[in-house]
Design a protein around this ligand. Structure first.
Ligand SMILES: Cc1cc2nc3c(=O)[nH]c(=O)nc-3n(C[C@H](O)[C@H](O)[C@H](O)COP(=O)(O)OP(=O)(O)OC[C@H]3O[C@@H](n4cnc5c(N)ncnc54)[C@H](O)[C@@H]3O)c2cc1C
Length: 393
């Protein structure tokens, strides 16, 4: 694979020069694609990232617990500092009231936007091709021929970081199923300035959990606000509430958006239907009262359906799956973003260890990552069962 030197922070834009041949092509310019781009570029590879969306990606997900794998990838790639908030205490409440259980447990939090800003700030603009959807034209033992819009491109290696609905996974591992876990996550983000001071003070410096009588639970922590600001008065409160919803009519009803369109993985901000939203507000009375106030005060909650996805392999010749395109893990693990970072760092290391034998590097990486992906999916299932079984009776 060719080499290039790491370049300084730039803003993302449409690249003006289309490369006909590259060492590594990455399909997908979201978090996993940029983790791969940065990790491989720092390791000296000629890597280009292709993102089908023509506009800068924003507001995917909400709060994210910072994990060591992500922090070390950012450090190695020399990204601009990641905006983070902190807490010192974990507080566990019961929906039936009563005092909280306190635990000294410092933790750092960030947001999807802040991670994206750090990763994209370190990745050279001329190597990020927005508005270009990669399509596999031909895969051979030595590389991949791709089409991007009307252009042709050859690459020694294709990294498919094309997300949860990965077309690459569907094509090369068609037996992979996406299994609904039996519950959804209601999620919301509210600017602290829009909330009463007493409500913000209640959650400030804490990672708060609330058990709910029906077996679900809610959690809340503060995250950076607009532009990654962490100053008091500019942060956001991020909450998640796991609610059991049986598959079938009930799930279809809540996952139908306001325009009547049936959604599957998520109902994004601004698209939740009015009946589901009213039901959320009504059910909020089962939460500890500060949680209930926060849920009702959040302008546009959204929904994530909890799914498990576990492909049998992550490497198919010179094509590999990375991030949500490979394993999709439950949010309780707080590990989806860290998993993408760990996979990207491990790929760069394995290619280096076995250079110039790309195939051997990929084979070793595949074994390791499939095994840790399975472990993470199983761990998420175990945490989810504990969550949905726990009843505060
Ligand atoms: C609502 C929500 C909340 C979340 N909250 C958390 C959280 O709190 N903590 C956490 O750790 N994780 C969270 N996650 C998961 C986390 O966002 C992902 O695990 C992480 O961002 C990795 O995603 P990805 O880059 O693999 O996929 P995505 O972010 O889905 O990106 C895939 C990208 O590929 C592009 N693409 C697709 N096909 C092509 C193609 N052929 N050519 C070019 N581009 C293509 C798409 O346009 C898209 O931008 C959340 C996810 C969602 C949906």
């Amino acid at each position: 694979m060719g080499t290039s030197s790491l370049q300084g922070p730039r803003a993302l834009s449409m690249a003006d020069a289309f490369p006909g041949q590259v060492g590594v092509a990455v399909a997908g310019g979201s978090i996993a694609g940029l983790c791969a781009g940065n990790a491989l570029l720092a390791a000296g590879h000629d890597v280009h990232v292709f993102e089908r969306s023509a506009t800068r990606l924003t507001s995917r997900g909400a709060g994210i617990v910072v994990q060591p794998d992500l922090a070390s990838l950012l450090k190695r790639a020399g990204t601009p500092p990641l905006a983070m908030t902190h807490c010192t205490t974990r507080k566990n409440f019961s929906g039936r009231g009563g005092p909280a259980q306190l635990l000294h447990m410092p933790q750092q939090f960030t947001s999807w936007e802040a991670i994206f800003a750090s990763l994209s700030g370190a990745f050279p603009a001329e190597r990020y091709h927005a508005g270009m959807e990669l399509e596999i034209a031909e895969a051979s033992a030595n590389g991949v021929t791709l089409r991007a819009n009307r252009e042709t491109l050859t690459a020694d290696l294709l990294i498919a970081a094309d997300g949860f609905r990965s077309e690459t996974r569907a094509r090369f591992a068609p037996e992979t199923i996406s299994r609904y876990a039996g519950y959804i996550a209601w999620r919301g983000v509210a600017d602290e300035t829009d909330l009463p001071d007493t409500l913000v003070a209640f959650f400030d410096d804490n990672f708060c959990f609330c058990d709910v009588g029906d077996g679900g639970h809610a959690l809340c922590y503060l995250i950076p606000g607009e532009g990654g600001s962490t100053a008091r008065g500019t942060r956001r409160l991020n909450w998640v509430w796991y609610v059991t919803v049986p598959e079938g009519e009930s799930l279809n009803a809540v996952m139908t958006d306001g325009a009547g369109r049936q959604r599957h993985a998520s109902v994004p901000v601004g698209h939740v239907n009015a009946t589901a939203l009213n039901d959320l507000h009504r059910r909020a009375e089962s939460l500890e009262r500060h949680f209930a106030d926060l849920v009702r005060a959040t302008p546009e909650p959204f929904i994530q359906s909890i799914l498990d996805v576990a492909p049998p392999e992550m490497v198919f010749g010179r094509i590999c799956l990375l991030g949500d395109a490979a394993f999709v893990v439950r949010p309780h693990t707080a590990a989806a973003t860290a998993k993408a970072a760990a996979e990207a760092s491990a790929l760069a290391a394995s290619l280096k260890d076995f250079a110039p034998n790309i195939d051997q590097g990929l084979a070793v990486w595949n074994r390791q990552q499939v095994s840790s992906g399975r472990r993470l999916v199983d761990y998420g299932v175990m945490l989810g069962e504990r969550t949905t079984r726990r009843k505060s009776t």
